[in-house]
Write a protein that binds this ligand. Structure first.
Ligand code: PLP
Length: 424
């Protein structure tokens, strides 16, 4: 296998003789054929080829191939957002009457998706505390449970997910482990190496890295044995009448799960990213291996500085040695975690607002994980749908500020934080 750095730069698009060196943007919905028969062969699955961008597009495919290679999977599907990626990842193996289990520390948008919207579709979710014992977590399983879900590094709480332990639990119950690897990126953690079966991403974050496109990805390790649990996964192990009567596990083997996402979910639900967005995502990926270490280094310096400041009440960053997640971070994220840290100020809620409003180039934005340092107050922004109790359960203190440390010069970042703290 090539090194990750090389895959970032050169993976995916492989031009032939005389073709563009740089990934071209195939900004076309459709593809031309010279005879009815050629087109019919595509529909009959006798031949492979492009015919409609909702099902496949060369630009999108090249970027999906790069992300697949970075994660070490058998296939990847790009989606129009991280929300769509997590929805597809679960929906691909669930239908009304099913049940899933997810860590309660996950991103607020995913928490709503699982707890509210899936519920309306007849799929229920039990949220577990990822620090609970195996016994407590296993007690959440039911005969109709179809997957276990967590985030490598939770957004925004910064909790590190014990992937190997959760893979063991999931597999003992005959279901796959799905891991949202958005914050770590494959540069810092590759969940398949620890037993995860499916990985998802919001490519909107570090993968893009410049805040230019909203996108998502689902990657299949190919390792989960659907047939060994065929009764649980009829969608993969029995014929799909809407798709030529094909049985995915029979026809596509280790690529059964990822093929079903494209041919069934994407066909019917249609959440593809535009080719232009995939082009922008690819540009971001070309420097992911350079940006991640700098994000981590800057975040570590800022975390230590905040921790030493007497106006700061607490700092959560798994890179800090006394952080509750430091041991898990050393195991799963030995080269660094991410640039996002959380902290709270001593004093009132108004002090936090005053601090945020006094920042000069550290911008208040609903975003994280791009090149520019930014800050957010989840209780009044991303997580405002959650009750105080749900906030607490999700590991989001009402005074928590989420700082996404960028790749500027760290002295300038600290100078801005420092002048804003002075006014508090
Ligand atoms: C942002 C985010 C999402 C949602 O992704 P969008 O691209 O905003 O739809 C999902 N999971 C995590 C961990 C995220 O940070």
């Amino acid at each position: 296998m090539k090194h990750l750095e090389t895959i970032c730069v050169q993976g995916g698009w492989q031009p032939g003789n005389g073709e563009p060196r740089v990934l071209p943007i195939y900004q076309s919905t459709t593809f031309k054929y010279s005879s009815t028969e050629e087109m019919a062969d595509l529909f009959d699955l006798k031949k492979e080829g492009y015919f409609y961008t909702r099902l496949a597009n060369p630009t999108n495919d090249a970027v999906a191939a790069k992300i697949n290679e970075l994660e070490g999977g058998v296939g990847c599907v790009l989606t129009s957002s991280g929300q769509a990626a997590n929805f597809f990842a679960v929906m691909n193996i669930c239908s009304a009457g099913d049940h899933i289990i997810a860590a309660n520390a996950i991103y607020g948008g995913t928490f709503n998706l699982f707890g509210v919207t899936l519920e309306k579709m007849g799929i229920s979710c039990t949220f577990i505390n990822q620090n609970s014992s195996d016994e407590e977590i296993e007690a959440a399983f039911r005969p109709n449970t179809k997957c276990l879900f967590g985030e490598t590094i939770s957004n925004p709480g910064g909790e590190v997910f014990d992937i190997e332990r959760f893979a063991g639990i999931a597999h003992r119950h005959g279901v796959p482990l799905i891991v949202d690897n958005t914050f770590a990126t494959p540069i810092n953690c590759r969940p398949f190496e620890w037993g995860a079966d499916i990985v998802t991403h919001s490519t909107t974050k570090y993968m893009d890295g410049h805040a230019t496109q909203v996108g998502g990805a689902v990657i299949d390790s190919g390792n989960f044995d659907w047939n060994a649990n065929a009764g649980k996964f009829p969608g993969l192990c029995t014929p799909d009448e809407s798709y030529h009567g094909i049985t995915y596990t029979e026809s596509f083997g280790r690529k059964a799960y990822i093929t079903k996402i494209t041919t069934q979910l994407m066909r019917d639900l249609g959440s593809i990213p535009g080719p232009m967005n995939c082009f922008l995502l690819n540009l971001g990926l070309e420097t992911l291996h350079l940006r991640m270490p700098r994000h981590c280094e800057n975040a570590m310096t800022v975390a230590k500085w905040l921790k030493a400041n007497d106006k700061v009440a607490w700092v959560h960053y798994c890179g800090l040695e006394d952080d509750p997640y430091h041991d898990l971070a050393r195991k799963y994220l030995p080269n660094g975690s991410c640039g996002v840290l959380a902290f709270g100020l001593k004093g009132s809620r108004e002090d936090a607002v005053k601090f945020m409003d006094s920042l000069k180039f550290v911008a208040i934005v609903t975003h994280v994980a791009d090149a520019r340092t930014c800050i957010l107050h989840p209780a009044s922004h991303t997580h405002r749908q959650l009750s105080d109790q749900q906030l607490k359960e999700a590991g989001v203190a009402p005074d928590l500020m989420r700082l996404s440390v960028g790749i500027e010069n760290v002295e300038d970042i600290i100078a801005d934080l420092s002048q804003a703290l002075e006014g508090v």
